[in-house]
Write a protein that binds this ligand. Sequence first.
Ligand code: GLU
Length: 300
Amino acid sequence: MDARHNQNKRDPGRPGTYRGRFAPSPTGPLHFGSLLAATGSFLQARSNRGAWLVRVEDIDPPREVPGAAKNQLETLASFGMFSDEPVVYQSRSSALHESALERLRACGLAFDCACSRRDLPDSGIYPGTCRDSIPPGKTARSVRFRVPSAPVELVDRVFGASSHSLMESCGDFVIRRADGLFAYQLAVVADDIAAGITEIVRGHDLLDSSPRQQLLFQALDAPVPRWLHLPLVVDTGGNKLSKSSGADPVQRARPAGALAVVLQALGHRPPAGLRSLESLWSWAIDHWNPERIPTEPFEI
Ligand code: GLU
């Protein structure tokens, strides 16, 4: 393994210091899958007597939908979910992202790359072209993170342990894009470090990003949070719901009914007599057990 990588640092956080978050990108209204992630992260924070924070990941203006962030926060409010600290807007944290990038450069883990998508093989896996230097006649476009040859070992509370060879699955990955924007992988880690997040609870679709993020936490000399990925929510055709592709928005008018279904998707069966939002939340906080979360996709 490259000596610059330090994979051993793990500090799951002491009881009472739990800090979790929900971090939606404002690319459309919240759908059932986002509500599941919000609820799972909220219940983990509440049952650990910790803080639950909301961060609006408005770091990618081309994908942003005007008014979506406000709409998402209103939806959370209609379910009784409020950030315990002021809502953070990722677009205002570029100084944090910049300083994380500079630290990675300083320890030799970030490098300039001149390749465009067209220069990559069909697999999309970065072959290491600019790892040592930019080929003559080319100019820097993006910045990449140097992945180690050793696999990344990930432990997820729901999906268990897994081993990921990033050299084989993606290669050195982009942390600053050619358009100058910070990539999701770097921004999310810099912001989670700044917020002192101790556990990351989110949808299974992001499990694939976690090995890259674990490397970034370690490279930035920060404790790696615990990982807890929630089952994917799919439509009847088996497709993942997506905010940007117009999945049905969460209906705010009947939050208790929607919350009861979310709890079922998370492996919890509230008694049929509980009809109000308050009674469902208090039952859910008392009975929450992450061991019950299923791994199979939930069909809606
Ligand atoms: N912003 C991401 C999304 O809306 C989630 C990021 C995360 O939870 O790490 O899909």
